[in-house]
Each structure stands twice: as structure tokens, then as C-alpha cells.
Design a protein around this ligand. Sequence first.
Ligand SMILES: [Fe+2]
Length: 498
Amino acid sequence: MTNIELVGRVLSSLPADDDHPYRTGAWAPQVTEWDAPDLELVEGAIPTDLDGIYLRNTENPVAPSIGRYHPFDGDAMVHVVGFHDGKAFYRNRFVRTEGLLAEQEAGHALWAGISERPSKAIREDGWGARGRMKDSSSTDVVVHAGVAITSFYQCGDMYRLDPLTLDDLGKSTWHGQFPSDIGVSAHPKVDERTGEMLFFNYGTDAPYMHYGVVDADDRLVHYVDIELPGPRLPHDMAYTENYAILNDLPLFWDPDILKKGGHASRFRPDLPTRLGVIPRRGQSSEIRWFEADPTYVLHWSNAYEDGDEIVLEGYFQDNPEPSVPPESSYYQRLSRFLSLDGMQTRLHRWRLNMRTGATTEERLSESLSEFPMLNPDYIGRPHRYTYATTGVPGFFLFDGLLKHDGTTGNEEHYSFGDGVFGSETAMAPRIGSTAEDDGYLITLTTDVGNDRSECLIFSAADITLGPIARLRLPERISSGTHSTWASGDSLPNWPSAS
Ligand SMILES: [Fe+2]
């Protein structure tokens, strides 16, 4: 390939014969950073009405873990693919978190990961809802106020990157109001209409959750206690035009083990799912809780208002605490909470009646899928189409795409093919888009057999046609969790769309 520049490298002390299933294959960490101003087109053509950036966060551990390694412990690397005038550029950069820099200086890991007791950490300090963890900032990425922001699912700092150059812009301070004592959870929600970023955090001390709003000027303008019955493990939130939706789900750390310093997630089918609806600038006392069938929901796909009802959609888990045979290996036990077939994740709809307080719910699909993406113009409003990923059985990798039509119930599938795995797939509306699925789906793949990665572009109107363009990345990338799309007109310093 031509026109590619290697611009950085982070020293890795992982052994060459590493055999951890989440540090090899599609999860083999990448240590190099590249600039590619004009990506090589392998097949098809880049649409000239695709204009903006796809950002993806990935897991790239660079030091042997203290004890057991979990894929969510890996250090963050962000990839950006930008599309403009039928061309595409690419960059990737590590997120140089405080934790990564400290471990690089020490030459070894300083914190134990999520599969180990926090007391195994060398450092006394740290981040995370359970404490003494490294905030690797490797879970999520959003764009707020023209800046790319990464975050960590166990709560931590927010790291700011220039969305085009991926230059390090330091941590979010919110003009001195950032809640550094608890941090912020992954899955803050950016409302493109108002420019606001809605967020939550959680921890092991009462009130166990907070909810807040950061305005378009990056100022914390709202922050309230959300009182829960005890420590909980929320992962995501949703919002409508007027409300934020938080949750108290019956899967959380066993309180007795927690008292002894251990962290074991237990599903409590004797407890209801509780969904909390609060006006977007509402006080703690204004939250209204709705009860529903017990489950755990990793990701919500959307929420919107429909008369007296708040409609919430997401992935109901039939089996939030999958069991494995007693003789199972650590790796098999690890994957039980990571595979979609283990948890049995299916698209689901809850209707919360604000007048009567009643909840009704229904399954929308029999397909196992997760990691939903919508046309961003429809977030918080009624939508028709949900784009999601399908998973490899018994493991955490995405082997294909699924498009769900909420009006007809029809579904389209696309499989990446043997040994090829994709990323959470963003929907990018076409410039001049005239329909909800008038746009493109973007994903990054890792082809294990051929040791290479590509960026695929699909027509959102018909994913069964396969990619309309394939672009080769400079190097095979590692897998990860979340991604986002930002249109060119939302970005500072973006060349104006023609
Ligand atoms: Fe997530």
C-alpha cells in the first residue's frame, strides 16, 4: 500500500506466545499508530454523498495482566475513518490515559482487571465503580461539542480527542465541575438537536447513581442523585425529547460477597426490572419508576414519546446469568457473560404509561442480536429501523449484520464470512437523505485468516447486497465494543460538503 505513514508505537511487554483467547485472533492487540490520508479502495466506490467520520474504540492491552485478563481491561485505541468527496482517510491512536501512562512508566501492570479482586492492584488508588481499577477508557466513544470523547463502562474520566487528527486534548473538566470522585459511565447520550450530553454514573455508596446534563458549551448544567436500593450495575441509558430513562436492573454484585471485598454478578429473578423516567432537567423527586419482567439489558436502542406512553426499546436477556458446567475453564466462564447466545439477547419493547403507571412489554424479534445503531436523526423520536450485530456462538465477536424493520417485523441479514468479524455498525444518513434508511452502514472488519482489516460501506436500504465499497486499512485492528458516526457538518475544521 502507498501513502501510509507509521506515526507511533507503544511498547508492549506481552509475551510472543500469548494464548489468551481475548488477546489473540481478532482480539490480538495492535501497538502501532498510522496515518493514511487516502485509503486504498479494494472494491466498489465511496459514495460522494457520504460525508463525515466513523469512530471506533478498541481494546489493546500492552502489558501482562495482574492475574486474569478480561477483554474490557484492554487499553483504548480509537480508529477514525473520514469520508468526503468520494475519498476516505484513516488514523488510529492510543488513548493515552493516566493509567496507561503510569503502567508504561512502571513497565508492568499496576491495576488488576475486572476478573480479579481490586485488592490485587499494586496501586492503592484508581478508578471504577468498584474502585482500584485502571480507567482504560476503552468502552465507548461519542462526539460532543465537536470533540471525540472516550469513556469506561465502570465509570471514570472522559478523554477528549480531536475527532479528525485524534490529537490528545486532555480530560473533560466541564469548567471544573466534572464529578471526579465517581467519574462518568460509558454511554453518555449526545442529543444532536440540543447539543446536550446526558449521562449517569454509579458506585457502591448511596445514593448509588447520579444523572446529569452537560450543555453544548461543555458546562455541567444539571446533576442530581438517583436513589437506588443498593449498588447496581447499569450500563446504558436512553432519552426522549423530554425525558431521560435510567434503570435499576435485577443483576448486580452479590451484597454478601461485596461486604468481603469480592464482586460477583448475580441475577435476581425474584426482583423486577425497574425503569426510571425523569424529566431531562428533573429533580430527584420527579423520577417515576415502572416495573417490568426481570432481565438485564446491556443496550437500549431507542426511546420516544407516544401520547401518554414512553416507548423504550432494547435487548431483553432471557438468560442474564448463563450457567456453565463446573469443570469449565476460566475462559469458558468468562465468555458466558460476553456471548449473545449465552445471554439470549433479543430486541424488546417496553411501553411505560405516564398516566396509569402501567408497563406493557413485547418481544420484537426472535433473532439473537445486540449493539444497536439507528439513523441518528431518529434517536429520541419514533423510528422504524434498527441495525444491529449478530454474534459468534460462545464468544464475543460480531459475525454479521441485521436490519430490523419495526413496521413489518421483517429482517435482513448479512454475514461477514468465515473468519471475518465486524464492529458495531454506525448508520450514516446520506447528504440530502429523504427516508430513514436512506444512507449507509459503516463497519470495520478483522479478517483473521488473511491478517488484515477493512472498512466496509453498505447501503442501509438493502444490506443483503453486501458492501458497496471496501477499503483496506493499513494493518489488522483488534476487536472492541463501541463506535459512533458524526456528520461532517457537525465537526469543526471539516471541509464543507459540496
Ligand atoms: Fe456498551
